[in-house]
Design a binder for this molecule. Structure first.
Ligand SMILES: Cc1ncc(COP(=O)(O)O)c(C=O)c1O
Length: 371
């Protein structure tokens, strides 16, 4: 049996609808910043529970636009080092100073101690990354503290479409949220991103920034250092249709996760990352931590070669402060919790249409390898 690490599913009806929409764009010539993008934004803001959503061409640009709007140039932005490369580089491209911090060992995210021990007069913002789709239950306290301290709390919600904490959706806690529609995500547009916010000024600015910082759509006058961060109509056509499947996809992923959680009770040397009962995660990733001493690379190889089980990518294998490109600036820093977690976890396959038989095959393969 072959178990892929992930699967992208568009059903026949969705494919037909997307093709019809694309055909219409090709016929009318409206290929960017048109009605598909507007419809995608309208629908997405229901998922994020925000008043506004602005479509852009990637999750990376969504982050950079938010940071540019907040004028973080020359100021510090705190980021847990266990995140994707794009989180810190968005800060650097927006001319801010990245300050990596460690992660909470349970939530894999920020907590109040991490924030208070690392903030300074130079701190303009923090970025909370909802790793694997999990929203930290500490976020309410963090939001209140940041509001009182004049620090912007930004959500990197690239993993967290449709995840909620206490019924509140990802992307609605901070001053703004950034989502990605890269093909590995729970829903995709091929490529794309979305900025979510309740602040109309951020919306106005984001629309300028994504379109080369133009003062107005029709004028050749640029009053912001924008870029081409527009989402094409063709991508929006894909995203708006896939978005409709999100609630169903999440239910399915949660049911697969529940089977893993139950089944893993009989597997030694491995424990699932705890999800707080108040968080309804989308299970973008089902994360498990391996006992110390297990050779992860060997385990992954054996699972693939002996059992046909491919594990999905880690979140993340190498923490950002150890990435070669940052070696000049950050190599002396040490974040023991994140370093340990990054070395010792794996992500089990979760995808639409995964059968009980496939879930059991993954569990049996782990059991056999870890006994
Ligand atoms: C945590 C995180 N932040 C940012 C991004 C960047 O998104 P994109 O690939 O759409 O630019 C990703 C996606 O891959 C991500 O996982």
């Amino acid at each position: 049996m072959k178990i892929p690490s992930a699967k992208i599913v568009f059903n026949e009806q969705d494919k037909q609808e997307i093709l019809k929409s694309i055909e219409e764009s090709l016929t009318t010539g409206q290929l960017t910043l048109g009605k598909n993008g507007a419809a995608f934004e309208e629908e997405f803001k229901k998922t994020s529970g925000t008043q506004y959503a602005v479509a852009v061409n990637s999750g990376t640009s969504a982050l950079e636009i938010i940071l540019r709007i907040l004028h973080i140039q020359g100021k510090e932005v705190l980021i847990p080092t266990n995140t994707f490369f794009a989180t810190p580089t968005a800060v650097q491209h927006a001319q801010g100073i990245v300050k990596f911090v460690d992660m909470d060992p349970v939530t894999l995210s920020f907590n109040m101690d991490i924030l208070t021990q690392n903030m300074s007069k130079k701190t303009a913002a923090i970025i909370i990354v909802h790793i694997g789709g999990n929203i930290t239950p500490d976020i309410h306290e963090l939001v209140n503290f940041c509001n009182e301290s004049g620090i912007a709390l930004i959500e990197d919600a690239a993993h967290a479409h449709g995840s909620t904490l206490d019924g509140q959706p990802a992307g609605s806690f901070g001053i703004a949220g950034a989502f990605s529609f890269y093909p590995t995500k729970v829903i995709t547009a091929g490529e794309g991103g979305m900025i979510t916010t309740n602040d109309p000024k951020i919306v106005e600015e984001a629309k300028k920034y994504r379109d080369q910082g133009k003062a107005s759509f029709l004028e050749n006058k640029h009053d912001r250092l924008g870029y081409n961060w527009r989402m094409s109509e063709l991508h929006a056509a894909v995203g708006k249709v896939h978005l409709r499947r999100l609630p169903g996809f999440i239910k399915e992923r949660q049911s697969i996760a529940a089977k893993y959680t139950e089944g893993l009770k009989r597997v030694h040397k491995i424990r699932p990352v705890t999800v707080d009962s108040r968080c309804q995660t989308n299970y973008y990733k089902y994360i498990v931590v391996l006992e110390k001493g297990i050779n992860r690379a060997q385990l992954k190889k054996d699972l693939r070669e002996k059992y046909g089980v491919s594990l999905s990518g880690e979140v993340y294998e190498l923490p950002c402060h150890l990435q070669p490109v940052f070696q000049n600036g950050y190599k002396k820093e040490s974040f023991s919790i994140a370093e340990d977690f990054c070395q010792r976890h794996v992500c089990l396959p979760v995808y639409q249409g995964m059968t009980d038989e496939e879930v059991n095959h993954v569990l049996s393969a782990l059991e056999a390898e870890l006994k």
